[in-house]
Design a protein around this ligand. Sequence first.
Ligand SMILES: [Zn+2]
Length: 60
Amino acid sequence: MAKVHYRCSDLGYQCSFEYEGPKPEDILPRIKMHMKYAHQIQELSPEEIEKVKSKFKTVE
Ligand SMILES: [Zn+2]
């Protein structure tokens, strides 16, 4: 089963957070929460969400 994988360091953060799930919409809420608590980004803008999504990698 393919999974979507996200790594904070791919966005340029000095951060070891990574997360994966079956689909982008499954992992986005968890990433948003991480952004809020770890990076003090209260609300991701649509542009920032696109940036995050552009770093998603599909892994087998
Ligand atoms: Zn992070």
